[in-house]
Design a protein around this ligand. Structure first.
Ligand code: NDP
Length: 434
């Protein structure tokens, strides 16, 4: 603890995983003998750097950049970059730690990493975004490469930012190493279905959980928080499965549209015009907008997909969801439910898809993007989507099987943590103390 003072998000993520590993550690004491827990919780490397840039008024600004290269035992470090004012070492380490197990669950050859900056993209001009992003890459380029570390997007980093970073990387390195970043535009090495992958994958996962109980998504009422990359494509896939999504949000508030969300309108507002979700009600007078985020969980629904950010569902919100009859919760965001909220879901027999399993579709397709870049090939949307679907099904089955094997049938928190851990721990033992 003294090594990681004050890093509360990192502690939360480590506690969630270590608590659920107890049965596998009891059954396999050699993991303890090899000091796997001590080694796995210490990043191989945490890089912190200055990101200076000049704003539109000609004033120099400074932000802090991070990259954590947590574990490379399964392959190159892989994980997104987040630009948000809340970013600090604790947030980056919690995300990087989770990423190790998530990437392991996908079955792909990728290690765990994460990065970002406390830069706030909100309200910045296009030129400011470009100048900041180029400055960020001017330092980050030293540490990344197609076989070393392959960043992608996350909150505040989408195709635009990835494009600027890719351009700057090539300018510095004077080579066309397409595989250095994923989430690229389709015209220059991006993969079809990457944009959709996390949201679609989350819904595929929830669908697996429901099918296993003889239930279906058809006709269900759903609430999806956020209105960013993950949320939009979770809504799209839910609609394709016949569900009705009645609410979504951004960091200022949420909209409730009892007739069902008009997704084309949300895409226009958030992806094209980069406006606030509050604008939605101007075009849909029967919908309501409420400032503040937590209230979204008081809207009755059978399916709840938290797809915005960490700790957005606390114990009370979880209880409200249960009281209102929620059947399934799929975590599209990373660590969106607090530990006590997860307990509420598990104790009330809610089908609960934890983040590292339910949102692994994004990084899985990022890995497929790396494969396509290496082969200099592009697969069709249908091919990638079919592989994504299969990967999500395998993650569900492997998590379910691990949960049952260690005495927690149906508990996918325990199951996904164990399934992810075992592959990493076995590889660490095989590769010696390095
Ligand atoms: P985006 O930036 O595209 O969207 C984030 C959405 O969440 C926006 O609607 C944003 O609102 C809202 N939001 C952000 N911060 C907060 C906050 N503090 N409180 C309330 N709402 C907030 O990010 P993504 O969709 O890519 O990421 C969402 C989550 O999914 C994150 O937890 C991320 O780590 C996780 N994830 C993403 C993957 C991906 O492939 N993109 C892969 C796996 C996980 P506003 O517009 O106001 O900022």
């Amino acid at each position: 603890i003294h090594r990681n003072q004050g890093e509360k998000e990192f502690f939360q993520a480590v506690k969630e995983i270590l608590d659920s590993l107890i049965p596998v550690l009891e059954a396999n004491p050699h993991y303890i003998e090899h000091s796997i827990l001590e080694r796995i919780t210490e990043p191989e490397r945490l890089i912190s750097f200055r990101v200076p840039w000049v704003d539109d008024n000609g004033k120099a600004q400074v932000n802090r950049g991070f990259r954590v290269q947590f574990n490379s035992v399964l392959g190159p470090y892989k994980g997104g970059l987040r630009f948000h004012p809340s970013v600090n070492a604790s947030i980056i380490k919690f995300l990087g730690f989770e990423q190790i197990f998530k990437n392991s669950l996908t079955g792909q050859p990728i290690g765990g990493g994460k990065g970002g900056s406390d830069f706030d993209p909100k309200g910045k001009s296009e030129q400011e975004i470009m100048r900041f992003t180029q400055s960020f890459m001017t330092e980050l380029y030293r540490y990344i490469g197609p076989d070393i570390d392959v960043p992608a997007g996350d909150i505040g980093v989408g195709a635009r930012e990835i494009g600027y970073m890719f351009g700057q990387f090539k300018r510095i390195r004077s080579g066309n190493e397409a595989g250095v970043l994923t989430g690229k535009g389709l015209g220059y090495g991006g993969s079809l279905a990457r944009k959709e992958a996390t949201g679609y994958g989350c819904v595929y996962f929830v669908n697996e959980m429901m099918q296993a109980k003889g239930l279906s998504l058809e006709g269900r009422t759903a609430v999806v928080s956020g209105s960013g990359n993950v949320s939009i494509y979770a809504i799209e896939k839910l609609q394709q499965f016949g569900a009705k999504i009645v609410a979504c949000s951004d960091s200022n508030g949420y909209i409730h549209d009892p007739e069902g969300i008009d997704l084309a309108l949300v895409k226009q507002l958030k992806e094209v015009e980069r406006k606030r979700i509050s604008e939605y009600v101007k075009a849909r007078p029967n919908a309501t907008y409420t400032p503040g985020c937590e209230g979204i969980w008081s809207i009755p629904c059978e399916i709840a997909l938290p797809c915005a950010t960490q700790n957005e569902i606390d114990e009370q919100s979880a209880q409200t969801l249960v009281d209102n009859g929620v059947i399934a919760v799929g975590e599209g965001a990373n660590m969106p439910s607090t530990l006590s909220a997860i307990d509420v879901f598990l104790n009330n027999n809610v089908l609960f898809g934890p983040a590292k399993a339910a949102n692994a579709g994004g990084v899985a397709v990022s890995s497929l993007e790396m494969a396509q870049n290496s082969m200099r090939l592009s697969w069709s949307f249908e091919e990638v989507d079919a592989k994504l679907h299969e990967i999500m099904r395998d993650i569900y089955r492997n998590s379910e099987a691990a949960a049952a094997k260690y005495g927690y049938p149906g508990n996918l928190v325990v199951g996904s943590n164990i399934a992810g851990f075992v592959r990493v721990a076995d590889a660490m033992i095989a590769q010696g103390v390095v």
